[in-house]
Design a binder for this molecule. Structure first.
Ligand SMILES: [Cu+2]
Length: 230
């Protein structure tokens, strides 16, 4: 990571104000998904908001989702949280359907009425990943009130993120607990456990730490509070 040292300095510089700004995040329970298959690389992070207030979501697409690849005329890619983890050999079909604990079903999700959407229909609630000719998709962050971190049927833990191209599943990655020890940006902490745990064993290999560092560089100023509180 060529920007790592400047990133660490930024964390220190930003520390005084981000503690206050991000105090509502329950950073110890951050979940992450690092997709890396078929040339598509994308990172997702889900940080719980206090009082079961949903999640702050960070998304960074690093490669693979160019407008040339998109079948959709808008160049957009849908993405969702699916109920099951990724199958062997990156089998995205094994992820099953969308996370939908309230049985909304296939009803059209309107961004203006996110309470009527499936919990896992992230692009329905927040818009598709909009590709450009070059494939550069701006990093984004938003809050989603409906994402849950507990409950057998509602939690996003142990599930997966799937990216679609006009319906077809083109890439997927498991959602696993982010562990601070894997983060090179928190090198003052001892590395006590492997990142990800069992869920990540089917995963492409990127560590939670890499997710956070790249995410933090992409969404500078947002993730610092999460890192501090870990
Ligand atoms: Cu999907």
């Amino acid at each position: 990571m060529f920007l790592k040292s400047s990133f660490v300095l930024s964390v220190i510089a930003a520390a005084s104000y981000t503690c206050q700004a991000q105090s509502q995040l329950v950073a110890s329970q951050i979940m992450a998904s690092a997709i890396n298959m078929d040339g598509i690389e994308a990172n997702f992070m889900f940080a719980p908001l206090a009082n079961n207030g949903g999640a702050q979501v960070w998304i960074e697409v690093k490669s693979g989702l160019s407008k040339k690849f998109a079948i959709s005329p808008t160049g957009g890619f849908e993405y969702h949280i699916h109920v099951n983890p990724v199958g062997p050999n990156n089998d995205c079909m094994a992820t099953g359907g969308h996370l939908d604990p309230t049985n909304v079903g296939a009803a059209k999700c309107l961004a203006a009425k996110p309470d009527k959407c499936q919990e896992g229909d992230l692009s329905g609630k927040h818009g598709e990943l909009k590709a450009t000719e070059s494939g550069a998709i701006p990093p984004q962050s938003y809050n989603d009130k409906y994402i849950k971190f507990s409950g057998e049927t509602t939690t996003i833990a142990g599930r997966s993120v799937v990216i679609h191209n006009n319906g077809t599943r083109v890439a997927c990655g498991n959602i696993y607990p982010f562990k601070q020890s894997s983060s090179p940006s928190t090198s003052t902490n001892s590395a006590s456990s492997a990142p990800g745990g069992e869920v990540q064993s089917q995963h492409s290999g990127a560590s939670g730490g890499q997710v956070v560092v790249t995410m933090a560089m992409a969404v500078a100023g947002t993730v610092f509070g999460a890192l501090m509180a870990l």
